[in-house]
Design a protein around this ligand. Structure first.
Ligand SMILES: [Zn+2]
Length: 429
């Protein structure tokens, strides 16, 4: 018996050592990203001269070079002089375009290091299959979530493909339509619906297990939904800059995606025409938006306006204090831009997400916290857990990574200096 066991063991060892998988571990080849300044997305201080190991779609180790052993046979990527951050997350986009345009723009988002994107309403049923293709890897794409068409009684976007139920029964039926389309979220635009209809949407969504995300503009709208259990909000409630609302928002664990990108893109890309001349793989503009940005008369009208400096200052004065106050109070502020919204043609997919992070820093949030807001904290909001499967450069997380030619902590404008992007363990460019 003993001899037989020994022989079996020997044979087994021979087979194992002959198989390259065995040497590299069960998950296949290892990539070691060596020497980068690591910003892990948790808000923790950067780690100079780091090693991050990736195997399969996961990060298996991340830390200072002295602490992480590089396995023999690993493919080493020399990242000295670069910074490594988690893939960026944009929780607020609307890419309701024909399928061929979607198949072009989703890869652009990924090339910009946006490895997760949520479409928050206006998705017509006939384009939902594009997201299925994206998830199946038929073309390069960020991890993508959809809220289907969503519920909007009229809103600022006339003609947008949304549902507008007139009764609670129609509201419940609308949620069921969304369920059949396998949406990830249900979107409500506030205000407009009667309290009964709002309650029916939220209740039916709860019954079918689909979380709600909502467009809001003031405390009353937030409270109406938060009292029903909704926590995930887009835009700001600027009348909530007081201790009472802050205590309420903290107690209810609310999060806000202030959505600055869309507002600022009304002029930003006129001031920065270099973004119109980039490699096509970074071209996240709609054809109509690009034409608007390339129109000299329109450019003059916007950035040549006598009150242009005031417009920019007003934008900061209106938005930044809310963001800073909520963030300082420990209320989750996450990156969302309205990228790709039909109503805001000049908000490109991809780069606007970087602008959002940069504006968080302009508002007074530290670079490390702003990066956390666009990575781990955004993943927490999307996966609705404190320990999401992605969003940080930590052992066990999905390997969504962005290598930067520059240090975004020293200067947040370096966050868009993309060197290389990894999505679920695979380099995408
Ligand atoms: Zn929106």
């Amino acid at each position: 018996m003993r001899t037989k066991g020994l022989i079996l063991c020997t044979v087994f060892l021979l087979i194992c050592s002959a198989a390259p998988e065995a040497q590299r571990g069960a998950g296949g080849p290892v990539t070691a990203i060596v020497g980068a300044t690591l910003i892990d997305g948790t808000g923790a201080a950067a780690v100079a001269n780091s090693v991050v190991l990736v195997q399969g779609d996961r990060i298996t180790a991340a830390g200072p070079r002295a602490m992480v052993q590089i396995p023999q046979g690993a493919t080493v990527v020399d990242a000295a002089g670069k910074s490594l951050i988690p893939g960026l997350i944009d929780v607020h986009c609307h890419l309701n375009q024909p399928p061929d345009v979607m198949r072009k723009l989703l890869p652009v988002a990924l090339n910009w290091g946006v490895t997760t994107i949520r479409m928050t309403g206006n998705d017509k049923p006939e384009i939902m299959h594009v997201y299925t293709e994206a998830r199946e890897g038929k073309f390069p794409s960020p991890r993508v979530y959809s809220a289907g068409q969503g519920f909007n009684i009229n809103g600022p976007y006339p003609g947008a493909p949304t549902l507008h139920p007139a009764t609670p029964e129609e509201a419940r039926a609308g949620v069921q339509v969304h369920k059949a389309l396998k949406v990830d979220y249900i979107k409500i635009w506030m205000p407009g619906f009667s309290p009964e209809i709002v309650a029916a949407i939220v209740d039916e969504a709860k019954k079918v297990g689909i979380p709600i995300t909502a467009h809001i503009g003031n405390v009353e709208q937030v409270r109406q939904l938060a009292d029903l259990g909704v926590t995930d909000f887009m835009h700001e409630a600027r009348d909530g800059m007081n201790p009472e609302f802050i205590a309420y928002a903290k107690a209810k664990k609310l999060s806000f995606a202030p959505t600055l990108g869309q507002g600022q893109s009304r002029w930003f890309y006129y001031e920065h025409p270099e973004f119109l001349k980039m490699d096509p793989k970074f071209d996240g503009f709609y054809a109509r938006g690009r034409a608007m940005l390339e129109d000299p008369a329109r450019k003059q009208q916007i950035i040549g306006a006598a009150d242009f400096a005031d417009v920019k200052q007003r934008f900061k004065d209106n938005n930044y204090p809310f963001i800073k106050m909520m963030s300082d109070a420990g209320i989750r502020v996450v990156a969302g831009t309205d990228c790709g919204a039909e109503a805001s043609q000049t908000t490109p997919v991809g780069h606007t997400t970087h602008r959002e992070v940069q504006m968080f820093v302009e508002a007074g949030i530290s670079p490390l916290a702003a990066i956390r807001d666009a990575t781990l904290d955004a993943a927490r909001v999307l996966e609705r857990t404190e320990t999401p499967t992605y969003g940080a450069v930590q052992a066990g997380k999905i390997a969504d990574l962005v290598l930067l030619d520059g240090d975004p902590v020293a200067d947040i404008t370096n966050i868009d200096k993309i060197n290389r992007v990894m999505r679920a363990g695979k380099w995408v460019q």
